[in-house]
Design a protein around this ligand. Sequence first.
Ligand code: CO
Length: 216
Amino acid sequence: MDLKKMKKLPLLFENNRLWAKSQVEQNASFFKDMAKVQDPNYLWIGCSDSRVPANEIVGLAAGELFVHRNVANLFPHTDFSALSVLEYAVDLLQVEHIIVCGHYGCGGVKAAMQEHGLGLVDNWLRHIRDVYDRFKEELEKMEDPIDRFNRLVELNVRQQLLNVCHTTIIQKAWAKGQPLCVHGWIYDLESGFLKDLNCCVSNVAQLEKIYRLEIM
Ligand code: CO
């Protein structure tokens, strides 16, 4: 083991140097412009999985996508990290689109379908067990475990999308007339393609009555 390398990670710094150089070659004022302001039109809520690099798969450059990632792309109502990202994206950056993107083969969703616990993360993944429980009739009708797994990945995205819509942040924005659309997508690791679940929500009338808030 080369301790000196471990402390410095020279490969990553070399990559960074080349990347910074190539950006300036393409656009001399790239970093000057970037340092002034960010003006992304999209917020991405995705999984931490290293195989789902948000910017790359939608072909957007630095500055074009505001990103929040965690294990299994969850959006619990009381997660202050996620809520703070959402508030900043909606109120300050005024993004028009929020994308909740899950992916087939998600290790977090898979772990939530298993009986044996992993430890602390099970408390986080409990949110997915709740989704399973809500849809267990549909899920347990499926004979192929892969189909059931894929379906739970999709249902989890739909639930997290609704969790985003149920926040005071989104409902306040809609009440003010701010255009805001929340999309549910799935990324397929095996093909590299995105799939739109066609469950986009863009106004309060699309929500169940119990979740609608009258706020200004
Ligand atoms: Co995942």
